[in-house]
Write a protein that binds this ligand. Structure first.
Ligand SMILES: [Fe+2]
Ligand SMILES: [Fe+2]
Length: 111
């Protein structure tokens, strides 16, 4: 379910980049591998937290440029990324996601 949503995010963002006359980057970040499912879930959670922080920053940048369609697209995506974060916290038995840094928008532990 998450993977299908991530693919849709990539497609939506690629369309926005195309609209702005850019070219999407195609070099993925390295993927963490482990035989321990809990370690994999923790790595996933950390990635989602970093991702949420980056979307917060990109939304602020889009709004500052008056790119409201881009902002709307990013806002719809960040809702799903936060759901991923919540799902992974639930799977790991973590009650509440970490508080966000109000200035940077990133999770406190996601630096
Ligand atoms: Fe995503
Ligand atoms: Fe996600």
């Amino acid at each position: 379910m998450h993977a299908g949503e991530e693919l849709q995010h990539a497609i939506k963002i690629a369309k926005q980049i195309d609209y702005l006359g850019g070219m999407p980057g195609v070099i993925p970040k390295p993927v963490i591998t482990s035989n321990d499912p809990v370690e994999l879930l923790k790595a996933d959670l950390q990635n989602e937290r970093v991702t949420v922080g980056r979307y917060r920053e990109r939304i602020r940048q889009a709004e500052a440029m008056g790119e409201y369609a881009l902002s709307g697209t990013l806002r719809a995506i960040i809702v799903q990324e936060q759901e991923h974060e919540i799902d992974l916290c639930a799977a790991l038995g973590i009650d509440v996601p970490l508080p966000k840094n109000p200035t940077s928008g990133t999770n406190v532990a996601a630096k």
